[in-house]
Ligand binder design. Structure first.
Ligand SMILES: Nc1ncnc2c1ncn2[C@@H]1O[C@H](COP(=O)(O)OP(=O)(O)OP(=O)(O)O)[C@@H](O)[C@H]1O
Length: 474
């Protein structure tokens, strides 16, 4: 994707958007009856308790900046966007926004379903402040970018959500807004259109448009935006560079469905430091003992830490970078040969990579007695597509006699003898973002994996006439 996480210092110019102490509270009613009686007899009734969707939110956005707003479901992201776009009034606080703000909020919200796409372009662009002549001058560009063929003259009620997005995005970017607000909308488009959108957004940023992107895709947030804020229960809990915001989100806000919690290192089982695999003691360690573990038992996963190759804890990696995974296990029943491994699954749950001790050249320690604490340190080069992935970890065991003959045995001969002792699914989420300096083109490759390889092209004949001259001479 042609995204760009320019971490530049654009923030020096006058801010185009200023939010000051923005708060949005909703009354909390006990029941529909309570809501009705409050409406009818409000001044005589006890006031309902209030729910704060946004609390004291302040930030500034500079010209050309792209700000990612991330947070868990219900954190207040859409409420913030609605307030910034003027759809919703804040309970208190103020917003100073530029004159021309285009929004991709609820898809199709600005369209009249009975009008054709072309007619809606006029209505939409007029709302954004363009005169009829200005719209006519841009009409071809808008229709071209939307690229929905003859549907442009059909009523938009016949459109798919992808077509809505194409038209809405095309209008929004062609009216040259000073600020563009995008709420998850881009995820509706197919991958080619998404690439086209991000390329266009980057171009607009260079021309000074500021972008505010609400997204659940940490890869998009880290890659496309240069600034980021993390919202939690209506409050800003982190503001800074987008990659740091995503790291913060992963470490403090994102939880797996099993309710895994982060623990202080001191709570974990004491481990010997007399080891060749030292564990970088960091508070970002994940306590695996509270995570659901499958398998025959006999091994319990204790904790893990995901770092880069310099042992810095990370959840965001650049394409082709090294991810190091430390995993500690406690052996409860004796093991012949432990096979420890890591699996990487993409957002669709497809296994994109999995490897265990059977497939590495260095053999693991053998004959582990009950009570042994084992540490697996695995480095993986992330030659993968950008996006989000989850990790599974686990341990199996196999008899030593089979392990020693692993080079001669086919998978079908050895697999039936592997006993899964413990497996943990979705223990952590990571993002892979584009490494601009590493690849000659913004799309590093197509598909899930970036397989190593090279290409040579030789010219066999210069042009047709030379070929025909050569054959005539022959
Ligand atoms: N009209 C409303 N009345 C009462 N509560 C509301 C209303 N609109 C939103 N809320 C509440 O405000 C909180 C923030 O909602 P918001 O939609 O802004 O969250 P979000 O971060 O966009 O969530 P998601 O990621 O699920 O889209 C939620 O708890 C939501 O239930």
């Amino acid at each position: 994707m042609s995204k760009d996480s320019t971490d530049d210092a654009r923030g020096t110019s006058e801010p185009v958007l200023i939010a000051r102490n923005v708060t949005k509270r909703y009354p909390l009613f006990n029941s529909p009856g309570h809501r009705l009686s409050t409406a009818l007899f409000g001044r005589f009734m006890k006031r309902p308790t209030e729910y704060s969707a946004l609390e004291d939110v302040s930030f500034e956005l500079a010209r050309g900046d792209a700000l990612a707003v991330v947070g868990r479901n219900g954190a207040g992201k859409s409420t913030l966007l609605q307030i910034l776009s003027g759809v919703l009034e804040p309970t208190s606080g103020s917003v100073s926004a530029p004159r021309r703000v285009a929004g991709l909020l609820e898809l199709g919200s600005g369209f009249n379903p009975e009008f054709s796409g072309r007619e809606n372009i006029y209505v939409n662009a007029a709302i954004l402040g363009l005169t009829r002549a200005e719209i006519s001058a841009r009409l071809d560009a808008i229709v071209d970018f939307a690229d929905i063929g003859d549907y442009i003259d059909q009523p938009v009620k016949t459109y798919s959500s992808g077509m809505f997005l194409r038209l809405a995005f095309s209008v929004a970017v062609n009216v040259e807004p000073e600020l563009l607000l995008v709420d998850e909308a881009l995820t509706v488009g197919d991958v080619f259109f998404q690439q086209k959108c991000y390329a266009r957004l980057n171009k607009m940023r260079l021309n000074g448009t500021s972008v505010l992107l609400v997204t659940h895709s940490m890869a998009d947030a880290a890659e496309f935006c240069n600034r980021g804020i993390v919202l939690s229960q209506g409050r800003i809990v982190f503001a800074g560079r987008s990659k740091e915001a995503v790291e913060y989100y992963f470490h403090h806000e994102s939880h797996t469905p099993t309710g895994r919690r982060r623990v202080a290192t001191a709570e974990l089982a004491p481990l010997s430091t007399e080891t060749e695999a030292p564990y970088p003691e960091r508070e970002e360690s994940i306590d695996l003992s509270t995570h659901k573990q499958f398998g025959d038992g006999g091994v319990v996963a204790l904790r893990m830490l995901v770092t880069d190759k310099d042992d810095e804890p990370r959840r965001v990696f650049t394409q082709g970078g090294i991810m190091r995974i430390y995993t500690d296990y406690k052996v409860d029943k004796p093991i012949d040969v432990p096979l420890a491994g890591v699996q990487i699954l993409n957002a669709k749950g497809i296994l994109v990579h999995g490897k265990n001790s059977l497939q590495y050249s260095e053999a693991p320690p053998k004959g582990l007695a009950a009570g042994t604490i084992m540490r697996c340190v695995q480095d993986i080069e992330l030659g993968l597509d950008t996006g989000e992935y989850t990790l599974d970890v686990g341990v199996a065991d196999v008899e030593d006699s089979l392990f020693e003959r692993r080079h001669q045995l086919s998978p079908s001969e050895i697999h039936p003898h592997i006993r899964l002792l413990c497996h943990l699914s979705g223990v952590v989420r990571i993002s892979i973002v584009h490494a601009a300096e590493r690849y000659p083109s913004p799309a590093s490759h197509y598909g899930i994996a970036d397989l190593p390889g090279d290409q040579r092209i030789a010219v066999l004949a210069c042009a047709d006439h030379e070929l025909s001259t050569a054959s005539a001479q022959a």
